[in-house]
Design a protein around this ligand. Structure first.
Ligand code: HEC
Ligand code: HEC
Ligand code: HEC
Ligand code: HEC
Ligand code: HEC
Ligand code: HEC
Length: 498
């Protein structure tokens, strides 16, 4: 009697051999390929492109993990199937080169896989260019960054890339920006970023590494003329212009009065301590002469004691120029700008006042409701049919001013983003130059009288402006001389003056 021949042992083949794992492997290889390319671009070019890191370190690893996950899942599924269906058809998803029908599919699959890897390489290259562009910074995160993008586009730095100020060059900050950029993307994705985005930005590089790469600090000299075109909020919208020379020079040793850029000259260090997060309340400031090491402290009478050493900040460009690219003009300033440029006609009586009020007093809480509320507000102020032809133009102009300067969803406007460059609408220079900061000997901070930072060449309207004074005029306040005890910001708040 012959023994029945035993069944051949089940082929000891890997459970990895299946279609699901094969697809997973292709995804993983493509992701690895992109990752390698992106990482290379990131290391060689990344300082120009902080957001590239998001793709390099988050998106492509995520694909890699997904691919590997699929490989593992295929193994698990194939294994289970082969146990459950051991007797009938254990190799449901097996790749079998011996099977001619499968060979065709495999060839197609191979071509597809190659194509996929090539596309992921091309995709990485495209990703690099997209992440690099200003529109990526400003537009992809549209809602989050829109206020900065809009204000940036009309500033002097509209052609300077975001990353030139926000990242600069060098490995250390590059990595910081990368971590920060990633963090921001996550916050944006989960919609839990702060509104308004809090300033001062903590991760901003010192001006030495950004601003001073283009602006040569030794090269400040002379005076710069600035013209301010105001309109009073009276019936006639009376123009009121101030032309002044700003003393933007740095003091040279021995000059009787230094200029504004003295604060950042290389012979002095000006430090200060602010009690609030926005750096608006400064009770203490110290000047150190870097040549002989002597220093002098100026403080307000109310501030006793010493500031915490780790909260003393050395002044740089950004302590005055904190809005070099994103100036949010006050409603008052924006309306005056439109009147001066002709965008808002002066024909309607009181339009200056009405326009500012329409922007600030019609309780707008979302950008979408602004056009209607502004239109209603303006219409309600002009009942006279003779004025009717002027109304639509005025409404359109004010709607446009609002859209470009006030961003309700992001809670971004001049009220949360003070500009420290002057002293009329925000405390600015008067945070220190207010005659209230005194040295131990009782001397106030120098240069707090009206002619030390600027001289007024002419002011007023019409023929007043033909007379120029080289010596500088005393400021004639349009609303009568305010009480000397009051600071400009006690009345000027960006809306209608109290
Ligand atoms: C000339 C330099 C410069 C350029 C160019 C620039 N920024 Fe800024 N940006 C700054 C400074 C300075 C601040 C910080 C203000 C502060 O800390 O008070 C800032 C602040 C910001 C803030 C914080 C919110 C705010 O309004 O202060 C965002 C968001 C921002 N910038 C985005 C951008 C984007 C997007 C671009 C490009 C479209 C860009 N920036 C271009 C200098 C610049
Ligand atoms: C990549 C070069 C570059 C960098 C970086 C840069 N700027 Fe400028 N900045 C310019 C140029 C160019 C202009 C002149 C633009 C013009 O006149 O239209 C300018 C103009 C200015 C002006 C005059 C503004 C005006 O309205 O006329 C100020 C103030 C200024 N920059 C401050 C800064 C500060 C502060 C920083 C750092 C946060 C900075 N800049 C960074 C290139 C740069
Ligand atoms: C953090 C405090 C602080 C702020 C803010 C500040 N300054 Fe000063 N500034 C000083 C101190 C301190 C001195 C030196 C005073 C002294 O030695 O008596 C000074 C001196 C000056 C001088 C005279 C320089 C010289 O060589 O004599 C000018 C001009 C000046 N500041 C203009 C400005 C302008 C303009 C602004 C606003 C854009 C401003 N400062 C903002 C602290 C400040
Ligand atoms: C104490 C405040 C203060 C500091 C600090 C300061 N600036 Fe200025 N800067 C001013 C004022 C005020 C003006 C003139 C008014 C204006 O341009 O709005 C000015 C004007 C300028 C201008 C235009 C000059 C021109 O000729 O029109 C540039 C560029 C500039 N600053 C760059 C810088 C840079 C770069 C730094 C840092 C090295 C710096 N500023 C530091 C207050 C300051
Ligand atoms: C510490 C320097 C400093 C002192 C002191 C100072 N100013 Fe100014 N002032 C500035 C700067 C800086 C600007 C605006 C620069 C800008 O807008 O770019 C300015 C702007 C102005 C403007 C034009 C503002 C506008 O919107 O029309 C007037 C008016 C003015 N100052 C009046 C005065 C008067 C009056 C005094 C004396 C009580 C005075 N300033 C003292 C630095 C100073
Ligand atoms: C007591 C309150 C008060 C104080 C303090 C004050 N102003 Fe005014 N200011 C007014 C009023 C009210 C008007 C008239 C507003 C109008 O007609 O639109 C005005 C108008 C102006 C205007 C022209 C119109 C405009 O809307 O900008 C300028 C420029 C101005 N002030 C500058 C200053 C400066 C600079 C200081 C500080 C040195 C100052 N003011 C302090 C109340 C004040």
């Amino acid at each position: 009697m012959t023994m029945p021949t035993p069944l051949p042992p089940a082929p000891n083949r890997s459970h990895f051999n299946n279609w699901i794992s094969a697809i997973g492997a292709v995804v993983a290889v493509g992701a690895m390929f992109s990752f390698a390319l992106l990482a290379w671009m990131d290391f060689t070019q990344g300082d120009k492109n902080p957001y590239l890191g998001i793709f390099t370190w988050i998106v492509s690893p995520a694909f890699l993990l997904a691919g590997l996950g699929l490989v593992a899942f295929g193994w698990w599924a194939q294994r289970r199937w082969s146990i459950v269906h051991a007797e009938t058809k254990p190799d449901k998803w097996r790749l079998n080169f011996a099977d001619p029908r499968q060979r065709v599919r495999l060839a197609l699959f191979g071509c597809g896989a190659l194509g996929f890897v090539l596309i992921s390489a091309f995709g990485s290259y495209q990703t690099y260019h997209i992440a690099e562009s200003n529109s990526f910074c400003g537009e992809v995160c549209h809602q989050a960054m829109n206020p900065e993008f809009v204000t940036y586009k009309r500033g002097a730095h509209a052609r300077v890339d975001c990353v030139q100020c926000h990242v600069g060059s060098g490995a250390e900050w590059f990595i910081k920006a990368k971590i920060n950029g990633t963090h921001q993307l996550i916050a944006y994705t989960f919609d839990n970023y702060k509104r308004p985005i809090e300033t001062p930005l903590k991760n901003l590089r010192p001006a030495k590494d950004t601003c001073e790469k283009c602006h040569w600090p030794e090269k400040f000299h002379g005076n710069t003329e600035i013209e301010y075109n105001h309109f009073l909020s009276d019936k006639k919208n009376t123009p009121y212009t101030v032309r002044m020379l700003m003393h933007v020079n740095k003091s040279s040793p021995g000059s009787p009065l230094g200029g504004i850029h003295w604060h950042t000259s290389d012979t002095v260090k000006v430090e200060y301590y602010a009690t609030d997060q926005k750096r608006q309340d400064i009770p203490w400031t110290r000047v150190t002469n870097l040549k002989d090491g002597t220093s002098q402290v100026f403080r307000t009478a109310a501030f006793k004691g010493e500031p915490p050493a780790d909260q003393i900040r050395t002044m740089d460009c950004m302590d005055c120029h904190n809005r070099p690219a994103h100036h949010f003009p006050t409603a008052n300033e924006a309306v005056e700008g439109a009147m001066a440029s002709g965008a808002l006609s002066l024909k309607l009586p009181n339009i200056k006042r009405v326009a500012v009020q329409a922007m600030t007093e019609s309780k707008i809480t979302a950008a979408a409701e602004a056009p209607q509320k502004i239109a209603d507000f303006i219409r309600s102020k002009y009942k006279d049919p003779a004025l009717a032809p002027e109304i639509p133009g005025a409404i359109a102009a004010v709607q446009q001013i609002f859209a470009a300067t006030i961003f309700p969803e992001r809670k971004a406007d001049w009220r949360v983003y003070p500009n420290n460059i002057g002293h009329k609408d925000w405390a600015g220079c008067f945070r220190c130059h207010d005659d209230k900061h005194k040295s131990a000997a009782g001397q106030p901070v120098r240069s707090s009288d009206c002619n030390s930072c600027h001289t007024i060449l002419s002011q007023g309207k019409g023929a007043d402006l033909d007379l120029l004074s080289a010596k500088g005029l005393a400021f004639k306040h349009p609303d009568g001389e305010p009480d000397a005890e009051l600071s400009c910001v006690d009345c000027h708040n960006g809306g209608i003056q109290k």
